[in-house]
Design a protein. Sequence first.
Length: 91
Amino acid sequence: MTVTADETAVDTAVDVRFNLAGEPLAVRYQGNIWPVGGEPVQWFGGSDGLEEIEYWRVQVRLGSTSAVRIFTLRREHPSRQWFLESTAEGC
């Protein structure tokens, strides 16, 4: 995954809560709970074929009046630890 000009690289550990279908519901980042809105997008990658990397791109906001942010989340299998790879301003 490449960070684009409008994204900010973060690469910090975060906690992610998932629904029963396995989709992200909320992200704990910098002491805040960021609820996920919209349709999250999932994909998989890996550079050497041995390591599977799971990604989610989600829209989040702290409250109904706060700006929408786009978080790109990453997890390298078999680890259970999620990382916030990048953030961007939403639409």
